[in-house]
Each structure stands twice: as C-alpha cells, then as structure tokens.
Design a protein around this ligand. Structure first.
Ligand code: ADP
Ligand code: MG
Length: 238
C-alpha cells in the first residue's frame, strides 16, 4: 500500500478549468471518500490519479513518486467503475485472473491468486459460472475480485454501487468496509451519496465546483462544518 498526494492539481478541458487547485493528502491504508454533487470534478480527479486523463498543472504522487507522466500500467493501482463490464464469454475465475493472464502468468500462479480473492468475496462456489448466471451483487463482487487479484498499492472506486438497488447497496457498503479492514489497501472512493461517505470513510473530502471545501473525519464534518455548503451537504445543522 502507498500514500497518495494531490498538490495544487488543476484540470482544464479546452478553455474551461474544472478543477481549480486541489490538494489532498491520503495516508497509507486510509479509506478516503471524495464526495460532492454531480459535476464537481470527482471522476476527473480519480481519472488523473489513474493516468486516464492528463493533469493540466500541479502534481500527483503515489508514495513518494510523482506519477504525472507515468502511463496507467506503471502506477500500480486498480480501478472499479460504476459500469464494471465483465467479459461475458469467460468464467468468473477467468474474469478475475484476466490481468494476470495478460502479464503471462502461469495457470497455477493465476489460480493461486484468484482462490483467496474469491474466498474473501464469497465467490468460491461461483468460479466456473459465466457473468450472465450471476446476480447484480455477485457481478459487482467479481469486478472487485478483478481489482484485488492485481494486489495493487491503491484501489480507486468511482461510484461502484450506484447501479445496484438500495438494499443491496447498503449490504455492499459493509462488505467493502470489511474487505478494506482485511486488506488495508489505500482506497480512494468516489460517491455523490453523503450517507455512503459518512458510513464508509476514515476521511471525507467534500468537493464543490472544482475545489475542496473541507477535509475531515465523518464526525468532524458533522460537528464542525466549515461553511454552509458542507453543513447543507452533510446534512447537519449549520
Ligand atoms: P463528477 O464525477 O463529480 O460528477 P466530473 O469529473 O465527471 O464530475 O466532471 C467535472 C466537470 O468536468 C463537469 O463540468 C464535466 O462536464 C466536465 N468534464 C468532464 N469530462 C470532460 C471531458 N472529457 N471534456 C469536457 N468536459 C469534461
Ligand atoms: Mg463522476
């Protein structure tokens, strides 16, 4: 696992700046939630950390390494999106081991990494199934399994639960927290859902229109919001 640092990060699409100097410190092993209304720049920030988007100004570090110019494959991170497309024509086990197969790992090595990940996620009995034979929650777990198998330094999640129904979303929240407690991998989790942020985060970063409004523990934000936006968004009396 590794720390993650954003130093005065800016992003412009053409003439329009959408991130206006964002600084965030994420410690090794922390579960940090970026929360804010739709369009405030959460996904863009995550995509820059993943190397899927160029950074216009500032620095992003993973550990003590500036990664601004590194391609995604050299960043040692694994990302799970909202639309976690699984490969429909291969099994759960093969979906989970796919990245290792690309790296030309042997079948035995792949099986050795897939097995414990499947066990953590309760997928052991489903390894030979195909994605179409799974429920929504099981598919989401396979997408997480794919990320775990890579044993990355950092997990990135972009609204991974928002396509699930409300009940499943609640149970997956605690599953993801349990997973983090077991693996202790540094995690950056994006959501627009305050409750998700409040229940899952070690540390919350509240964003609004391309800036960071406040950083703190769920309790700090609730008890001492810095401004009306944070108070309104987190849902506490200002
Ligand atoms: P969030 O994930 O918080 O909903 P995004 O990071 O997706 O927000 O978007 C932040 C802002 O950047 C929005 O105004 C969005 O329209 C704009 N944006 C995102 N991606 C692009 C792009 N590829 N080209 C132009 N504008 C973009
Ligand atoms: Mg987004």
């Amino acid at each position: 696992m590794a720390s993650v640092t954003f130093r005065d990060v800016r992003k412009a699409f053409g003439p329009v700046e959408v991130l206006h100097g964002v600084s965030i410190d994420i410690e090794e092993g922390q579960f940090v939630v970026l929360v804010g209304p739709s369009g405030c720049g959460k996904s863009t920030l995550l995509r820059m950390l993943a190397g899927l988007e160029h950074i216009t100004a500032g620095e992003i570090l993973i550990g003590d390494r500036v990664v601004n110019a590194l391609p995604p494959k050299d960043r040692d991170i694994a990302m799970v999106f909202q639309n976690y497309a699984l490969y429909p024509h291969i099994t759960v086990a093969e979906n989970m081991g796919f990245s290792l197969m690309l790296k030309k790992a042997s079948k035995a090595e792949i099986a050795e990494r897939v097995r414990p990940a499947a066990e953590i996620l309760g997928l052991t009995n489903l390894l030979d199934r195909y994605p179409r034979q799974l429920s929504g929650g099981q598919r989401q777990r396979v997408a997480m399994g794919r990320a775990i198998v890579r044993e990355p330094q950092v997990f990135l999640f972009d609204e991974p639960l928002s396509n699930l129904d409300a009940k499943l979303r609640v149970s997956m929240r605690s599953e993801m927290k349990n997973l983090h407690q077991r693996l202790q991998t540094t995690t950056v989790y994006v959501t627009h859902d305050q409750i998700e942020a409040m229940t899952m985060a070690d540390k919350i970063v509240v964003m609004h229109d391309g800036i960071v409004e406040q950083v703190g523990s769920p309790l700090e934000l609730y008890d001492r919001p810095d401004n009306l936006f944070v108070a309104g968004f987190i849902g506490s009396p200002a």
